[in-house]
Design a protein around this ligand. Structure first.
Ligand SMILES: NC(=O)C1=CN([C@@H]2O[C@H](COP(=O)(O)OP(=O)(O)OC[C@H]3O[C@@H](n4cnc5c(N)ncnc54)[C@H](OP(=O)(O)O)[C@@H]3O)[C@@H](O)[C@H]2O)C=CC1
Ligand SMILES: C[C@H]1O[C@H](OP(=O)(O)OP(=O)(O)OC[C@H]2O[C@@H](n3cnc4c(=O)[nH]c(N)nc43)[C@H](O)[C@@H]2O)[C@@H](O)[C@@H](O)C1=O
Length: 313
């Protein structure tokens, strides 16, 4: 990418898209194109193609998607499979129709089989049954990967796919019903501290393990892959280390300064027992995560404190 290349960041107000935008701006890229979902609904093919024809975009970061935590995925499976299939199909095909030079598609580590060996290597894709709570979303993501690979094979395009682990950071979704675990814990412990509540409820048993990557690290990896990776194979992005939900809850509790108890609501799903990613491929390309978990949680909590009144979700 040249510093004046025309780059479209789809989903620029979200956790990932906003971090990619910050990263590109910090690196000196000046010709950045963005649209909110109300300005351009990426589920509408005619509007998306017209936008690409008009803008003559050179590079695409596809960070627009229907995203949510374990319960949102479980409760709205039709929306998760439909919106993601539509958004990614429209953006990938419009990129092809208008000769976009390179596109980065964002998948997720939920594409791997629920009981795959750990750490999750890229080649474990499509080797087993998926986690039921997010199977429709995962199948949409797998379709996106296969669409990129198929366009590359048949049309000679350069569409690469990154598989990030669980993410957190500025512009995360703090809605307690729809969010992922880390923003939910930040908000729950903060509100319990403010209200002087005796305990905070955590979903599930606390035994599942997850790996957490700060969105600024992910954004850096996405820009790195756009500039340095041309392969057809998917690339995991993670830190290579995980933590149980119980230990994560203790850590967030300490950072926020809540002094009460933690109680586990086992009527809520645990989901995949573990999804630690193998980061050998991206480390081998020359990229490594930089932000330690505790430091990242401290900065995410500070962002929450600075922005909580703007959070209307
Ligand atoms: N969060 C996580 O833990 C993980 C995320 N990922 C992947 O990263 C990508 C980004 O996720 P994340 O940033 O967390 O998600 P967010 O929910 O924070 O942001 C998603 C963005 O997508 C845009 N969007 C949604 N629907 C439409 C639509 N119909 N038309 C146009 N834009 C739309 C929204 O735009 P607007 O704000 O304008 O409405 C929003 O800014 C996704 O592909 C996700 O699968 C992968 C692994 C983990
Ligand atoms: C990124 C990833 O995100 C989702 O999968 P997930 O990793 O299971 O995501 P999660 O962050 O929602 O939960 C992680 C763990 O944490 C526990 N947990 C405790 N207390 C809360 C809580 O208060 N909120 C939430 N959300 N979880 C909680 C929860 O029960 C689970 O055991 C999918 O959308 C999937 O498609 C996907 O790609």
């Amino acid at each position: 990418m040249e510093l004046n290349s025309k780059i479209y960041v789809a989903g620029h107000r979200g956790l990932v898209g906003s971090a990619i935008l910050r990263s590109l701006q910090a690196k000196g890229f000046t010709n950045l194109v963005t649209r909110t979902s109300s300005e351009l609904d990426l589920r509408n093919y005619d509007d998306v193609l017209a936008f690409f024809l008009r803008e003559q975009i050179e590079y695409v970061f596809l960070a627009a998607a229907k995203v949510g935590g374990i319960v949102a995925n479980n409760e709205y499976p039709a929306e998760f499979i439909r919106d993601n299939l539509l958004i990614q199909t429209n953006v990938i095909d419009s990129s092809y129709q208008t000769n976009v030079k390179k596109l980065l598609f964002l998948g997720s580590t939920c594409i791997y089989p629920k009981m795959a060996p750990q750490p999750l290597k890229e080649e474990y894709l499509l080797t087993g049954t998926l986690e039921p709570t997010n199977e429709p979303y995962a199948i949409a993501k797998i379709a996106g990967i296969k669409m990129c690979q198929s366009y590359n094979r048949q049309y000679g395009t350069q569409y690469i796919s990154a598989m990030p682990t669980n993410l957190y950071g500025p512009n995360d979704n703090f809605d307690l019903e729809k969010s992922h675990v880390l923003p939910a814990l930040i908000r729950k412990f903060h509100e319990a501290k403010e209200k002087g509540q005796p305990s905070v409820e955590i979903w599930g048993t606390g035994t599942p393990k997850r790996e957490f990557l700060h969105a600024d690290d992910l954004a850096d990896a996405c820009v790195f892959l756009m500039e340095h990776y041309e392969g057809n194979e998917i690339v995991n992005i993670g830190v290579g280390d995980d933590i149980s939900i119980k230990d994560l809850a203790e850590l967030v509790k300490d950072v926020v300064g809540f002094v009460g108890d933690i109680v586990y609501n086992t009527s809520k799903p645990d989901g995949t027992p573990r999804k630690l990613v193998d980061v050998t491929r991206i480390n081998g390309l020359g990229w490594k995560a930089q932000i330690p978990l505790e430091e990242g949680i401290r900065s995410a909590y500070q962002w929450f404190l600075d922005n909580q009144y703007a959070i209307s979700k």
